[in-house]
Ligand binder design. Structure first.
Ligand code: DOR
Ligand code: ZN
Length: 346
């Protein structure tokens, strides 16, 4: 079989990004806007985006920072124990946000105001089920007794299984899945449950973080797991299954905040996101399924139209820089110093 030298697909969307705020927003958002038409923007700022006014103002700041007329940020609401169902419904109805995000309290960066117990937000979830509004879930338990490598699988057993059984109409995106258990769960769930997968969880297992020295730039949450989990994720992503889609979880942190005694969680993968994913699909012999994962499955689940324009990747070696200056903040990107075999052209 001849290997294609160019790949043109409908322009993809990124269904999970952290764009930050202030000067850093201006440094990182253009990287996402360059490759993607739309992006689901996480609300875990400090303070978090917990109401319509805050989310609407943040959306304006993003539009100003990207400077791209063809990029559309899709906003999300940060759920807390105190979230009011009427506020959720109003914001969704007005188009201020397209989804709400559930961070279990203290699960990850910016989750201190998250939900302490899912029972606390039951009225909100019932309302979301009634109005067809997606719930985006960071699926990890926070119980100190649960090993960090088991937190996603335990979340499925303790929380997610019951949630989707109790509220079958609730539309759920199980975000940035990292385990074979999560892949199996989504593959076996009904039509209202979908998942996103990051490039890093398709490329690396936990050895990348811990062998030959500790590598903070491979550390994100949920943390990368064993090799058999990575293989299960690659299988699901490239299988053609229609409820799994692209979500980079690009989560930039300044270099010095990662290279620290207590380094921040999160990888900055936006600058070479499509190159990174395309590499995986090619390695799996599934380039013909890349467009569905990147550009079709997400809009179908979110009930949005697919994008009309296209992007092209060319077979060409690109070297990922060691550090990228993001409007004055040096950030080490995912794949720093490595070469990838695809180049984003336009
Ligand atoms: O690694 C991560 N970084 N995981 C998250 O859930 C949050 C994110 C961030 O905001 O930095
Ligand atoms: Zn995230």
């Amino acid at each position: 079989m001849t290997r294609p030298t160019e790949l043109t697909i409908r322009r993809p969307d990124d269904w999970h990004v952290h764009l930050r705020d202030g000067a850093l927003l201006h440094g990182v958002a253009p990287h996402t806007a360059r490759q993607f038409a739309r992006a689901i923007v996480m609300p875990n700022l400090s303070p978090p985006m917990t109401d319509r006014a805050g989310v609407a103002a943040y959306r304006e700041r993003i539009l100003a920072a990207t400077g791209s007329a063809r990029f559309t940020p899709l906003m999300t609401l940060y759920l807390t124990d105190a979230t009011c169902p009427d506020e959720v419904e109003r914001g969704f109805g007005e188009g201020v946000f397209v989804a709400a995000k559930l961070y279990p309290a203290h699960a990850t960066t910016g989750s201190a105001h998250g939900v302490t117990d899912i029972a606390q937000i039951r009225p909100v979830l019932e309302r979301m089920a009634a109005i067809g509004m997606p719930l985006l879930i960071h699926g990890e338990v926070t119980d100190a007794h649960v090993d960090i490598f088991d937190r996603e699988a335990v979340f499925i057993d303790r929380t997610l299984t019951r949630l989707v059984a109790d509220l079958p109409d609730l539309r759920v995106v199980f975000e940035h899945i990292t385990t074979a258990e999560a892949a199996d769960f989504v593959a076996g769930a009904g039509p209202n449950v979908a998942a996103t997968i990051t490039p890093q969880h398709l490329h690396i297992n936990r050895n990348a973080m811990l062998v030959g020295g500790i590598r903070p730039h491979a550390y994100c949450l949920p943390v990368a797991k064993r090799e058999h989990h990575r293989l299960a994720l690659r299988k699901l992503a490239t299988s053609g299954f229609d409820r799994v889609f692209l979500g980079t979880d690009t989560a930039p942190h300044a270099q010095h905040l990662k290279e620290a005694a207590c380094g921040c969680a999160g990888l900055f993968n936006a600058p070479f996101a499509l190159e990174s994913y395309a590499t995986v699909f090619e390695e799996e012999g599934a380039l013909d399924r890349f467009e569905a994962f990147a550009s079709l499955n997400g809009p179908a689940f979110y009930r949005l139209p697919v994008n009309e324009d296209t992007v092209t990747l060319r077979r060409e070696t690109v070297t990922v820089p060691d550090v990228i200056d993001c409007n004055g903040t040096p950030i080490v990107p995912f794949h720093a110093g490595e070469t990838l075999n695809w180049k984003f052209v336009f």
